[in-house]
Each structure stands twice: as structure tokens, then as C-alpha cells.
Design a protein around this ligand. Structure first.
Ligand SMILES: Nc1nc2c(c(=O)[nH]1)N[C@H]1C(S)=C(S)[C@@H](COP(=O)(O)O)O[C@H]1N2
Ligand SMILES: [Mo]
Length: 309
């Protein structure tokens, strides 16, 4: 791990102070507006601790991260989620945890968060469409939650579901994907310390367009594995069906590990466009496992990664 991870910086150390202040003023202004002139408590700092797993790459701006999104429940355009996700009610929020666990149940967001120490994880994020960002997520390891509910011996996979509520998520009325959006991980992938449930970014509660109130982040896999606005987590024996794989299995595999050597049938995965890099920015090479090879390659030892893509 030496050298690749920084140890004690967090995003405010790597974001120019002026940009930081401007963003804070912008948010303060927006929240004052939303509250009719009275600033509410909703945007309080989360106080997340820095992490050894953070990259020292410079994060994208808050504006870039919250205006260029994929969240098909709100439309397929990159600016649709920022426009429409406001309609989503995130309080109350319940996550059903079921299947092969000792303590199944309907957990409120507060139940899930109680006793959790939030960390900041600045991760590279690589979409299967070949664009990328660097995001200062706030969250905690999925393994912590799974340990709390007690995974039973027969469980081999973890399945996740997004909320299905077409009254608020208008594009669920269209047959874009099989709703609800579903994703899954092998149990060892779910327990890997890089895998987090994220509840915020830039030390603020998760914006709705990014998957409020909690979403998965799996930084060595293509972005579509990082399912948003989760309402169900199931421990299961068999590989679960997943939305993009159901839509087109030859283009989107269950594993979907970032791999510059395995091209998408319709485009190269050897390089990527950095969002915010400007119109004439050069593409950068894509890294094996999105740069997280040391931490995750061992899980795939002996697997043919072009077959299990
Ligand atoms: N429920 C749900 N989760 C989702 C998606 C989606 O359409 N619906 N899009 C995925 C894709 S393709 C990407 S690249 C990331 C985008 O996350 P971001 O908008 O926070 O950058 O979310 C993933 N999670
Ligand atoms: Mo994506």
C-alpha cells in the first residue's frame, strides 16, 4: 500500500481554499433560499474522519459531482437527476435486511447510522461509459453493517435494491430498465474494506441526485455497480439478478471490474475522459481495477477475467 495512499489529508487540504469557501457560500445561500431565508440545520458537517484508503488525486468539484449524474429513475440525461431528484422523499427511510442473516429486519436510516463512525473516502470513480471522476465520499464499510446483522454461513452473495416509487421517480414509469434497479456483489467483495455504504460527499449529507440517503460505492468496479438509494440488502446463496446484466448480459457482466484489457463491445475501456477536464483534455489511461489492484486482485486469483467480465 506504500506511497499510493495518503495518510492524514482530507479533501479540504487538497481543494484550494477559495474554491472550498465559494462552495460553502453557495450551499449556505441555497439552503437559506430553500428555507425561505432561514438557514436550516440540514447541511451540517458530518465530521468524517480521513482514511488511509483515500487517493491523493484532486477531487472533482461539488458542482461537477452533483450535476453530471447517472440515475435512470430520474431520466437518462446526465443533467436529469439534478433536475428531478428533488421529488424524492428520503425521510423516513427504511432498509430491509433479509435472507441469511441472524438479525433480519426493517432498519430505519437512524438504526443503520447509530454508533457508526463516518470516514471520508476519496475514491476514483470510473463509469462503464468511459468517463471518470474523483469523489470525496463520506460513509462506512459495508462489512461493519454486515457484521452487525450477522451473516450466516450459507450466504455467498449480497443483493441490493433501489427504492421503487414511480410517483417520485418519474422515469420508473418507463421501461428503461427492469425496476427496481438491482445490483449484487460476491460476499468477499462486499466484505472488502474498500466497499462502502456512502451517506454523503464533501462532508455533507448525500445529495439526492447522488443516491440519498445511502448508496453503495465499489471503487474498483464500473459505476453501475454502485447502486443508489438502497432500500433492501439481502444475503443470498445464489448469484443475484442485476439490472444492467438483465438488460444486456453480453455488455454488462456481473463482476464488471474495471479492466482496460477487456473492451466494451461498442467502445474501448483502455482509456477514460476525466469529467471537468475541459473540451480538449487528453484521455488518461484506465488502470486495472481502477487503480485498486493491490487491494482487490487477490479475490480474483485464478479467474479468467475476460470470461468473468
Ligand atoms: N438506482 C440507481 N443506481 C445507480 C444508477 C442508476 O441509474 N440507478 N446509475 C449507476 C451508474 S451507471 C453510475 S456511473 C453511478 C453514478 O453515480 P453518480 O451520479 O453519483 O456519479 O451510479 C450508479 N448507480
Ligand atoms: Mo455508469
Amino acid at each position: 500500500m506504500a506511497g499510493r495512499w495518503k495518510n492524514d489529508l482530507n479533501w479540504s487540504d487538497v481543494t484550494p481554499k477559495a474554491a472550498f469557501l465559494n462552495r460553502r457560500q453557495l450551499i449556505a445561500g441555497a439552503s437559506a433560499l430553500a428555507a425561505g431565508g432561514i438557514a436550516g440545520p440540514a447541511l451540517a458537517d458530518l465530521g468524517a474522519k480521513p482514511s488511509q484508503f483515500s487517493t491523493d488525486a484532486t477531487p472533482n468539484t461539488f458542482e461537477e459531482i452533483t450535476t453530471y449524474n447517472n440515475f435512470y429513475e430520474f431520466g437518462t440525461g446526465k443533467s436529469d437527476p439534478a433536475e428531478y431528484a428533488d421529488a424524492l422523499t428520503i425521510d423516513p427511510w427504511t432498509v430491509k435486511i433479509d435472507g441469511m442473516v441472524d438479525k433480519p429486519g426493517d432498519y430505519s436510516f437512524d438504526d443503520i447510522m447509530s454508533g457508526v463512525e463516518l470516514e471520508e473516502r476519496i475514491y476514483r470513480f470510473r463509469c462503464v461509459e468511459a468517463w471518470s471522476m474523483v469523489v470525496p465520499w463520506v460513509g462506512f464499510e459495508l462489512a461493519d453493517l454486515l457484521d452487525r446483522v450477522g451473516v450466516q454461513p450459507g450466504a455467498k452473495y449480497v443483493a441490493f435494491e433501489t427504492l421503487y416509487r414511480p410517483e417520485e421517480m418519474w422515469a420508473q414509469k418507463r421501461p428503461i430498465l427492469e425496476w427496481p434497479y438491482r445490483e449484487g456483489l460476491r460476499l468477499d467483495e462486499a466484505m472488502n474494506p474498500l466497499t462502502i455504504l456512502s451517506t454523503g460527499l464533501y462532508d455533507e449529507p448525500m445529495p439526492k441526485q447522488n443516491g440519498a440517503p445511502l448508496r453503495l460505492v465499489v471503487p474498483w468496479k464500473y459505476g453501475f455497480k454502485s447502486i443508489k438509494s438502497i432500500v433492501r440488502i439481502s444475503l443470498v446463496e445464489d448469484m443475484p439478478p442485476t439490472s444492467w446484466n438483465m438488460a444486456n448480459a453480453s455488455e454488462y457482466g456481473f463482476y464488471s471490474n474495471v479492466n482496460p484489457q477487456v473492451d466494451h463491445p461498442r467502445w474501448t475501456q483502455a482509456s477514460e475522459r476525466q469529467v471537468g477536464g475541459g473540451l480538449f483534455a487528453k484521455r488518461i489511461p484506465t488502470l486495472m481495477f481502477n487503480g485498486y489492484e493491490d487491494e482487490v486482485a487477490g479475490m480474483y486469483a485464478g479467474m479468467d477475467l475476460s470470461k468473468f467480465y
